[in-house]
Design a protein around this ligand. Sequence first.
Ligand code: 5RP
Length: 223
Amino acid sequence: MDQKAFKKEAAKAALAYVPKGCVLGVGTGSTTMYFIQGLKKGWVRGAVPSSKETERALRKKGIRVLDLNQAKKVSLYVDGADEVDPKLMLIKGGGGALTREKIIATAAKKFICIVDESKLVKRLGKFPVPLEVVPMARNQVAREIRKRGGRPVWRKNFITDNGGDILDVHGWKVANPIKKENELERIPGVICAGVFGKRRADLLLVGTPQGVEQFISVTGIRW
Ligand code: 5RP
């Protein structure tokens, strides 16, 4: 089996955790697309998408799309990640949807992350940290990032669903994800940092050659 097959297996395993009639938050990316493919029409009350791409995929499946402002509560959020550390803290934003992903993940009672095993790392930072920034502040934010030892690369020809720019920051070893997230999100012009430390995953499903492995974080929620 290849990486694609492991992503599919993790996505399939997540379907069993979706309560009937719930409001579901749905992430962005190829693993999440496999998850959406498996969702049955009428199973959830509605879904809150983290991107226009996900919204299109949900509508195509006949799943009712909800705006977060309409949804009283989001029971569960399901999404992929670019890196996952042993505490289930994440780097996200490879697909550029990090801001809406973080908002919905934070609003959700539970967060299941679905990945193939290539995403597991001991420490975050091999994958460049995406930052969504206000376009007129891009160079100013880039200077602030260089002062902090990072190498920001502007993701040219890419505009987020919120009209933001993305800077991918190379060269950081993220020893303390929560500290890094706070530090980055305090820089004026940064809309969102792709470090998910404060809102890490509650449950991780990993597609591996041995099957799907499960890891539970220590957030204390009941499954
Ligand atoms: C999008 C994301 C994705 O979850 C992340 O990039 C993983 O994508 P894939 O499932 O295609 O490997 O954060 O902003």
